[in-house]
Design a binder for this molecule. Sequence first.
Ligand SMILES: C[S@@+](CC[C@H](N)C(=O)[O-])C[C@H]1O[C@@H](n2cnc3c(N)ncnc32)[C@H](O)[C@@H]1O
Length: 311
Amino acid sequence: MSLTLTKMVHTPVLVDEVVEALNIRPGKRYVDCTLGGGGHALAVLSKLQHSCELLGIDSDPEAIRIAQHNLYDYFESTVIINDNFYNLENICKETDFQPVDGILFDLGLSSLQLATAERGFSFQNSGPLDMRFNPDEQLTAADIVNKLPESKLAQLIYIYGEEPFANKIAKNIVNSRPVTDTADLAAIVINTVGEQHGKIHPATRTFQALRIAVNRELDHLTSALEQSLHCLAPGGRLAVISYHSLEDRIVKNFMLRETRACICPANLPECRCKHTPQFILINKHPMIPTDSEIAINPRSRSAKLRIAQKL
Ligand SMILES: C[S@@+](CC[C@H](N)C(=O)[O-])C[C@H]1O[C@@H](n2cnc3c(N)ncnc32)[C@H](O)[C@@H]1O
């Protein structure tokens, strides 16, 4: 599948806030763990022109191709790697890109992935039920939808989609098997829960659940956050943009835990955890887009940016 480069537009979310959050300085190294089309990366690199370096990671080879095109002017300051960010520490070691002064995660999927019906992320279009960020991975959304026992499917939709009608949706999916098309799945969900009333399309939660499961998003995020602690130099910044409560909870709990001296209940005298704080929080409450950013880029409406600094 090949896209026309000129059509590729993904507006980076909270871009000024991210540049500020990473505290970009000359001669320093920054990692963009979710390179996408390179929107944030370009903002980071252009802040000081050619005087800082950036390592960009994305598991989607198509995103890598687009980012290489968009970051061409900075190719001497940029290392681009097609890999999963759960390999963050290894990637930094293997590319000798360490220690690192700032790490960015802009989670989820890009507008480009969403707009490409063949990738199977969108309930607005007809396409194969795929949803893999990396097409070399085995598991697709169709495997989950067609092979999981009804109770497990309901559990998955409930937990990863926080969908209150998960049981009914799973039942109707199982009764409609095989389901291989995104539009057919969206229709099953609409037939189960009814047409859209509020701002959120009825299939949003089911599609979110499947995407999270296909890409093991929460496990990979948890692992990569831990690794970021080892990669960051003292004073280095960690900035994470999340788009739903499951991701945000993981980021928030991780940052809070790593700001505490001891995580044992009541800091017991016999405590042996010897946990020393690793971070200070730069913003106590997450930053969110302004109304004007949301008006220009509606995709930003659920974004939350959390920032911490390594001690
Ligand atoms: C919201 S987009 C990033 C957009 C980017 N910040 C920009 O401005 O163009 C998220 C990107 O992260 C990638 N991604 C998601 N999970 C990943 C993972 N575990 N490892 C590497 N890349 C991942 C997706 O393929 C997607 O391209």
